[in-house]
Design a protein around this ligand. Structure first.
Ligand code: NAD
Ligand code: UD1
Length: 339
């Protein structure tokens, strides 16, 4: 069975490629390398002993996307290609709508032309907005506060409409919570450009001495230690969730959303301590003001994914910290050749 991964050279896509190849699937990675490195492909091969197909192209280039389906017999698509920074989406909304929503339309048209009707989509817990009770279930009301989140919600709605119009269409909407960690080999991991926005890559950059200290965004939230609480999950667990989602898509029609998290909340200070334990490196930090748009606390109810996909996160917070550190330590400059 052959799976197309758009955005397959990225952080999450590369880990999914490893799990799919190890599970016996063939994979085609389609990526513009806008936020990834060509050397990922060779590293995936080093881990799995199997080379994924790689096509460099833009998800909005209709001819390039169509030609992938003409040259490969694709059974299911995992659609990860897109832009993902919340602050950047507020500054450049049109780029986000063009890439994330326009890219989804281009992909769906190419799928329709090729008769491919199974898709797994990278959605986000960000679709839940700010008003829900925790833990978030798939029934928690949606409502986004930024253009990035709105692109994810719009893509979900587009996929629901496709499923409503075609009884054989299958869309699995995976709402990721906070993926961190890296493959235990240390060969692939997260490699953000410039100063990271997200907590774990910031901590690992402090640990290697590339950044001086962590600023904790807010110490006065109504949480157990005053700092923000999130549901962090290991990227390898998340990748395995996609293998289950592909199986589900092959056997079920319709559009269905699933939360992928651990179901446990971890505060910023708990994360700092866990990282120090795993790495033996002290992380200097200061408590600063809250970051605009942040929510105090949320985590997932993942029971639906357990029941329907047969998936549950297995790896611990210590595993996440150990593997994030192993990746950063072995690759202090990331891939070093990002386009
Ligand atoms: P990433 O940036 O590492 O991966 C995205 C990939 O898409 C990159 O390799 C990039 O080069 C590629 N890409 C970007 N624009 C493209 C275009 N126009 N055409 C073709 N390829 C293009 O990000 P990631 O963390 O691996 O995220 C993957 C997906 O998961 C994204 O859709 C993201 O929104 C979603 N997501 C990520 C997180 C997270 O915390 N990392 C959380 C929720 C959802
Ligand atoms: C952010 C995005 C979200 C996206 C997710 C995963 C925002 C508002 N939300 O979520 O849409 O899906 O990333 O990519 O950007 N923190 C610090 N100091 C730092 C960095 C973070 O204290 O330098 C804190 C934050 O305030 C938060 C926690 O760490 O409490 C996690 O932050 P982050 O990793 O950015 O993820 P989210 O804010 O959950």
């Amino acid at each position: 069975m052959s799976i197309l991964l758009t955005g397959g050279a990225g952080y999450i896509g590369s880990h999914i490629a490893v799990e799919l190849l190890e599970a016996g699937f063939d994979t085609v990675l389609f990526d513009s390398l806008a936020n990834s490195s060509r050397s990922v492909v060779e590293r995936i091969e080093r881990i799995t002993g199997r080379a994924p197909e790689f096509v460099c192209g833009d998800i909005n280039d209709a001819a390039a996307v169509r030609s992938v389906f003409e040259r490969h017999d694709i059974d299911c698509v995992i659609h990860l290609a897109g832009l993902k920074s919340v602050p950047e989406s507020a500054a450049k909304p049109m780029e986000y709508y063009r890439c994330n929503v326009g890219g989804m339309l281009t992909l769906l048209e190419a799928m329709a032309a090729a008769g491919v009707r199974r898709i797994v989509f990278s959605s986000s817990a960000t679709v839940y907005g700010t008003s829900g009770e925790i833990p978030y279930t798939e029934e928690t009301p949606t409502g986004c506060t930024n253009p990035y989140g709105r692109t994810k919600l719009m893509c979900e709605e587009i996929l629901r409409d496709c499923a409503a119009a075609d009884g054989e269409f299958s869309a699995v909407l995976l709402r990721y919570f906070n993926p961190i960690g890296a493959h235990p080999s240390g060969l692939i991991g997260e490699d953000p450009r410039g100063v990271p926005n997200n907590l774990m890559p910031y901590i690992t950059r402090v640990a290697v001495g590339a950044l001086e200290k962590l600023t904790v965004f807010g110490g006065d939230y109504p949480t157990r230690d005053g700092t923000g609480v999130r549901d962090y999950l290991h990227v390898v667990d998340l990748a395995r969730g996609h293998v289950r989602a592909v199986d589900y898509a092959m056997g079920h029609a319709g559009a269905r959303a699933f939360n992928l998290g651990t179901g446990k909340g971890v505060s910023v200070l708990e994360m700092v301590r866990a990282f120090e334990r795993a790495s033996g490196v002290k992380i200097p930090y200061v408590i600063g003001p809250r970051r605009a748009g942040d929510i105090a606390e949320y985590y997932a109810d993942c029971s639906l994914a357990g029941r329907e996909l047969g998936w549950k996160a297995e790896l611990t917070l210590d595993d996440m910290c150990r593997d994030s550190w192993n990746w950063q330590k072995r690759n202090p400059d990331g891939y070093g050749d990002k386009a």
